[in-house]
Design a protein around this ligand. Structure first.
Ligand SMILES: [Zn+2]
Length: 316
């Protein structure tokens, strides 16, 4: 195909070069194999990658490389990334978000068409799930700026923290304050709680004593937990930035998650079809942690002691 003629959107006709092609493969090991083969054929400039590398890109000629296995798998997990990345970058309900959802819909269709005839009636179940939704974001809250102004941390010109008695780590919709100075931790935590609750966009600040009520482990159970947890209001999210004088800035991401689970738009998605699944059942709210026990049940695998429970209403 190289050297063949190609007329672009601009109406200009020119010969196809190596860089006009794209080869998409499902596995990294397959990508390496394809690169090696192309290099040996003098085609090192043909881009090869997994789907995530080509997100939002197009080319005159795209090859999709598939994989087959000699062994029929009991479980296949497929992750379609772009619904997440596009909603982070452009925000929920943006044109880009709808494009991503349509694209994932098309990918799910490809998976379904690849199933052997009659598989869904016979022995195969397909579950389509997500792990979170999105809230829109117009402002980024910069807790570390406040901590720096309180004299609790120092940063260099590049924004790297050089000294800190306390610091904030964002999880976007929420975030933790870690008090690193053990000497007067209790009084520092107490002061920071009211100080940070007053920042614009912060809906609440909770201490370790409140963690159980929020469904969070204590720092004894999980050493990654901070001394305080903060939540952002709708329209706000947290950032890591420690430089400057403003507690608010433009958001790095237009869509975020990580808030308390009450926001409807932060809910995830569950759809099941096939062998062992009840037809036309409408489920109420289920918990994400119930998905794994339900899959285990369909696979007839024993999971042992897990927090989730079977979504019995979804099963035939
Ligand atoms: Zn995400």
């Amino acid at each position: 195909m190289r050297g063949g003629s190609w007329t672009g959107r601009d109406g200009v006709t020119r010969p196809l070069e190596g860089t006009d092609f794209m080869v998409v493969a499902p596995y990294n090991i397959q990508v390496r194999q394809l690169r090696q083969t192309l290099r040996a054929a003098g085609l090192a400039n043909v881009p090869v990658g997994t789907v995530d590398k080509f997100q939002g890109r197009e080319a005159p000629m795209v090859f999709d490389s598939m994989a087959t296995s000699r062994h029929a798998p009991d479980l296949i997990l497929v992750h379609f990334l772009c619904a997440d990345s596009f909603q982070h970058l452009h925000g929920p309900r943006s044109p880009e978000a709808y494009w991503a959802l349509e694209y994932v819909d098309h990918c799910v269709d490809r998976v379904l068409s690849a199933l052997p005839t009659g598989a869904l009636e016979r022995d195969t179940a397909v579950l389509v799930v997500s792990d979170h939704g999105f809230l829109p974001c117009d402002h980024e809250i910069r807790v570390n700026v406040r901590l720096r102004q309180l004299g609790l941390m120092k940063v260099d010109g590049e924004g790297r923290i050089t000294e800190s008695r306390a610091r904030f780590v964002t999880n976007h919709g929420a975030g933790y304050v870690y008090v690193l100075d053990p000497a007067d931790r209790a009084s520092l935590v107490h002061d920071l709680k009211s100080e940070l609750a007053a920042l614009e966009g912060v809906t609440g600040v909770w201490g370790v004593a409140d963690y159980a009520g929020l469904g969070l482990p204590s720092p004894d159970e999980n050493p990654m937990m901070g001394e305080l947890v903060l939540e952002a209001a709708e329209g706000y999210a947290f950032g890591d930035e420690a430089r400057g004088d403003d507690h608010l800035g433009p958001p790095r991401y237009r869509g975020n998650h990580g808030h308390r689970p009450g926001h409807l738009d932060n809910g995830a998605f569950f759809l099941a079809v096939g062998a062992g699944v009840r037809r036309s059942a409408e489920l109420g709210t289920i918990m994400s942690r119930d998905v794994a026990p339900t899959v285990a049940h369909l696979l007839e695998v024993k999971l042992g002691d897990v927090a989730g429970k079977l979504v019995a209403d979804a099963l035939a």
